[in-house]
Structures are given as C-alpha cells and as structure tokens.
Design a binder for this molecule. Structure first.
Ligand SMILES: Nc1ncnc2c1ncn2[C@@H]1O[C@H](COP(=O)(O)OP(=O)(O)OP(=O)(O)O)[C@@H](O)[C@H]1O
Ligand code: SF4
Ligand SMILES: [Mg+2]
Length: 329
C-alpha cells in the first residue's frame, strides 16, 4: 500500500465566542495516501472548510484556534509548524483550492504575473520557461486564448474563469497534496467535468493525493477512492466509495444517499433529511444526529457513540452497531 502523506489525529478546532471555545471541528481523524482521492462530504456547517483551513494553518485567529490533535504531513506535525515552514509548505507541498475564488488571487497583478511568480517561487526555472508553463496550465484548466488571458487582471475574468485560474495556481507547483474545497460548485456542468478530469489525471499520473470537499455525491462517485462523512464537527462514517454509496451503515449517510436523485426514475419526490445540523457545541450529550434520526432509541440521547471499525477500513459512529440491533443496516 502507498504511503500515508497526510493524517489528522483527533483534530480540534475551536472558535472563541465570549468565554466559550466552540468546537467547530471536534476530534476529526482521517488520512490520505499518495495517489488517493479522499472525499469529505456532509451538510453545510459540519466543519469541512474549517478542517481544510486548519491543515493549511489558515484559520482566522482569533477567534479560531487549533486546540488539540495532530496534523501529520509525511510524519511531521504541521499543526505546530512555524510560520516560515508553513509558508514553504503551502503551494509547494500542500496546495489548496478555496471555496471563495477571490481568496488567492491578487487584484493588482495580471493572471500571468501571478502564475509565473508562483511557478518560479518553487522551481528554479527561467522566466521564459515559467511563462510557457503558465500558458500550458491555463490551457489545462480549459481556458481558450491562454496567451491573451495571462495579460489580463482577475476582475476582467468571469467567476468561473477565476475559479479555473485558481485551480491552475494550485496545480502550478505539482504539490504532493491538493486540498480542493468545493472546487467545481460554481461552475457549469461541462467545465465541472473538465476540471474533475484534470484532477483525476494529476492524481493518476503524478500520484498527487487529493482531499476533495464536496456536497455532490455524484462527484464523489466519479473521482474519489474513499469517503469520510462528517456531521456536526465529527466523522460519522468512513469507507471506500463503493461501501459508502452501496452499503452505507450510518443513518445519516443513508439519508444523504436517499436524497440523491436517481437517473432511472423519471417522476420522483426527492427525499431530504428532516431538520438541520446542530450548531457546534449545542449538543452536550448523546448522538449528535439523534434529533433527526429515524432509528433513534433512548440510549442515543444519553450515550456518545464512538467511531468503531465494522470491517477493514469501514468505520461508523452509531450505537446501533455497538452491539445493539442492526435494523438500519
Ligand atoms: N470565522 C469563524 N468564526 C466563527 N465560527 C466559524 C468561523 N468559520 C466557521 N465557523 C463555524 O464553524 C462551523 C463549521 O463551518 P465550516 O465552514 O467548516 O462548514 P462547512 O462544512 O465547510 O459548510 P459549507 O458546506 O457551507 O461550506 C460552522 O458552524 C461555522 O459557523
Ligand atoms: S446513535 Fe442512535 S441517533 Fe445516532 S445515528 Fe445511531 S441510531 Fe441514530
Ligand atoms: Mg465550506
């Protein structure tokens, strides 16, 4: 098996609110291997972006803080890395595509300047070679007229194009790990497919490990190898794509799958899980999904379920599988 490049162990990220440190990410453990695409899914507010920003040490602080756990990049705990080390890691070793496209583009410089600078920061190549590489990257993300586009400024491009330039920036230094936070949500379907293909080929050809955050289980089925399902700041299920999509065990994952439209059924009423994700810190006792769970029983409101491995690589956080009845399976 390939080497684990990035591993989170019991990550805790909190936001200070008055006197309370509210846990937005509450004990998350996960790992991604070289050549692997790991999907992170879960409803809005469950802590996906906070997890990825924590890895990059980009949590706004204050009020945010990595309050506990480890973030191991090739064995080095980068949760404790100094600013200088992080600056070298970002871009060169670990790149991120942000949910908000303008976050990583500077409005004052042309697209070409920014790409060339990013490429030359991490590679000892001439300006001419870097320029050629920049043009190729712009083409790779499906933008026509690449030679002209590199002379333009971010505000001259459409939102979708900016998103693609940002993807080109993130890919410009062949990072070992690419973290992509909803990279294609704002794009139309054709461009989305193009970008996913591009990510897939980088993953296959260069062995780039990818952490892909998405709402879209269709995207997961298309490019991920394994999936982590998050709920209210915790991992509630983890397994291979096949297991998660075909044999989900956690009632929340089952709800997510049920809410997917099926191509084979023409007329259908889409299922949606009742209720909403609780605010971080709102539930002090019991399973965080209990209020919304159709299988909830008494113990669910009292006991915190642990994330238990059911079989090789398939783990689930639910009392039904802690020696209880297994109706939900
Ligand atoms: N800067 C911040 N200050 C205070 N709370 C924050 C901050 N950023 C995030 N949070 C809280 O952390 C929790 C997790 O947010 P996060 O952005 O990780 O959700 P998400 O899973 O990425 O959702 P989405 O799918 O909408 O992007 C939320 O409850 C959010 O309100
Ligand atoms: S522990 Fe109980 S409430 Fe939580 S998901 Fe399992 S059955 Fe539902
Ligand atoms: Mg997010």
């Amino acid at each position: 098996m390939e080497q684990v490049v990035l591993e989170l162990k019991n990550l805790q990220t909190t936001f200070q609110s008055g006197k309370t440190a509210v846990p937005a990410v509450d004990g998350v453990s996960l790992h991604v291997r070289k050549g692997e695409v790991l999907g992170i899914v879960g409803e809005s507010g469950c802590g996906k972006s906070v997890t990825s920003l924590s890895i990059m040490q980009l949590i706004p602080s204050p009020p945010g803080k990595i309050a506990g756990g480890e973030i191991l990049y090739k064995g080095e705990d980068i949760a404790k890395a100094k600013a200088k080390r992080m600056k070298r890691l970002r871009g060169k070793e670990i790149s991120m595509i942000f949910q908000e496209p303008m976050t990583s583009l500077n409005p004052l410089f042309t697209i070409g300047n920014q790409l060339i600078e990013a490429i030359r920061n991490h590679n000892k190549i001439s300006k001419k070679e870097a320029r050629a590489k920049a043009i190729q990257l712009v083409r790779d993300v499906g933008i026509p007229r690449a030679e002209e586009i590199i002379h333009e400024y971010p505000h001259q491009l459409s939102g979708g194009m900016r998103q693609r330039i940002m993807i080109a920036m993130a890919m410009s230094c062949d990072p070992e790990v690419l973290i992509a936070d909803e990279p294609t949500t704002a794009l139309d379907v054709t461009i989305q497919a193009q970008i996913l293909d591009l990510m897939k080929s980088l993953n296959e050809q260069k062995g780039m490990a990818i952490l892909l955050i998405t709402h879209d289980l269709g995207v997961v089925a298309d490019i991920c190898h394994r999936v982590v399902v998050m709920y209210a700041g915790q991992v509630v299920e983890e397994g291979t794509v096949r297991t998660i999509l075909k044999q989900p065990k956690h009632p929340y994952t089952q709800g997510l799958i049920r809410s997917l439209p099926k191509l084979t059924e023409r007329k259908q009423q889409l299922y949606s899980i009742p209720g909403t994700v609780p605010q971080p810190g709102a539930i002090e006792q019991g399973c965080r999904f209990a209020e919304r769970c159709e299988f909830a029983f008494e113990a669910c409101f009292q006991k915190n379920p642990a994330l238990l491995e059911l079989e090789d690589g398939h783990a689930c956080r639910c009392l039904l599988y802690e020696g209880g009845n297994e109706d939900a399976g």
